[in-house]
Design a protein around this ligand. Structure first.
Ligand SMILES: C[C@](O)(CO)[C@H](O)COP(=O)(O)OP(=O)(O)OC[C@H]1O[C@@H](n2ccc(N)nc2=O)[C@H](O)[C@@H]1O
Ligand SMILES: Nc1ncnc2c1ncn2[C@@H]1O[C@H](COP(=O)(O)OP(=O)(O)OP(=O)(O)O)[C@@H](O)[C@H]1O
Length: 292
């Protein structure tokens, strides 16, 4: 690992997710609130002068050419004409395809770190546009703070959220995002909400009762459909709901419960059935690479 530098790529959860329309290309227009978590993949990067982009470790289920880290580095190289290269070691901790944005976060971390280490100094707005070519959630991770998002997730506004801890469970199923968005049962014309309405509700911190701070008006509209197709997601959500207002993140399969303190989160987590993978995380206010 000599000469490699480590860069963190945090997970995210969607505190709510509404579908408010559909674009002519079939993509759905969303409203969502993204929250960063202190649960990370670590991307180790060594810059080289060979011009070659190379992943130096195996990642189960992700061939090198499809890895979003490699694709992000190649995209940045092509966009800028940079002659430098990079060796990338991807240390995955965030479950893949779990609605926690791991792949998108890895890609954002590569764009942010190589922009510096290759001394490209592209402005943040340019990286946001590049990031969108790699995935709808990538701009959020480049944005740097918790965010209210619209469009397909690329129209971002900063969101101030109170301190909170999350119990996250990821059932061992692969949910196809495309399959869920294509489901006929999905409500696609929810009346858009305002960031002010969400912020008002999100600021209401409950003193003693767990998980009451996300109001019923702000739900994950993919949750019902996912639960009807994947009983494992429903089971883990039902389990968490014993303790409060649990939600699904993104298009699943991960589910989470927001609580006010680490003690409560750990107490709930310790009772989880052994077959559930999960973790406890603190909500972040800023991306670790973009802290001032
Ligand atoms: C739902 C979220 O997890 C919220 O954070 C993300 O918007 C999903 O973003 P993503 O993982 O980048 O989604 P993709 O893997 O590109 O989407 C797979 C497929 O889901 C459908 N899709 C996805 C996002 C969106 N806003 N509308 C869609 O209709 C499209 O058919 C797309 O081809
Ligand atoms: N570095 C990477 N890490 C994780 N997945 C990757 C990576 N590169 C490519 N992928 C592919 O991207 C897919 C989605 O990964 P990711 O973990 O971002 O999904 P997700 O958490 O469901 O994302 P989202 O919340 O954005 O829908 C994976 O199933 C995998 O095939």
């Amino acid at each position: 690992m000599h000469d490699f530098e480590a860069f963190l790529a945090p997970a995210k959860i969607n505190l709510f997710l509404h579908i408010v329309g559909q674009r002519s290309d079939g993509y759905h227009l969303l409203q969502t609130a993204f929250r960063l978590l202190d649960y990370y993949d670590t991307i180790h990067i060594k810059t080289t002068n060979t011009g070659i982009i190379k992943r130096v470790n195996d990642v189960a289920g992700v061939p090198e050419a499809q890895d979003l880290c490699v694709r992000a580095a190649l995209l940045l190289q092509k966009h800028t004409g940079c002659q430098l290269g990079a060796e990338i070691l991807v240390d995955k901790k965030i479950p893949m395809g779990g609605g926690l944005g791991g792949g998108s976060s890895d890609a954002a971390t590569v764009l942010l770190s190589l922009n510096q280490r290759w001394q490209l100094n592209l402005p943040r707005e340019e990286l946001l546009t590049l990031g969108l070519q790699l995935g709808a959630d990538v701009p959020f991770f480049i944005y740097g703070s918790n965010a209210w998002a619209e469009g397909v997730g690329e129209q971002l506004q900063a969101l101030t959220l109170h301190d909170a801890y999350y119990v996250v469970l990821t059932p061992n199923v692969h949910v196809s995002t495309a399959q869920i968005f294509a489901n006929k049962q999905l409500t696609k014309d929810t009346i858009p909400k305002t960031i002010a309405a969400f912020s008002g509700i999100a600021q209401l911190s409950t003193e003693n009762s767990a998980g009451k701070n996300i109001h019923d008006e702000f739900i994950n509209q993919l949750e019902k459909v996912v639960c009807s197709i994947y009983p494992e997601v429903k089971a883990s959500l039902d389990w968490l709901k014993q303790f409060g207002d649990a939600r699904m993140s993104g298009s699943g399969a991960s589910v989470f419960l927001e609580v006010n303190d680490a003690e409560t989160a750990n107490r709930i987590y310790q009772q989880k059935p052994k077959e559930y993978f999960g973790f406890v995380a603190k909500g972040l206010n800023q991306h670790p690479l973009l802290c001032k």
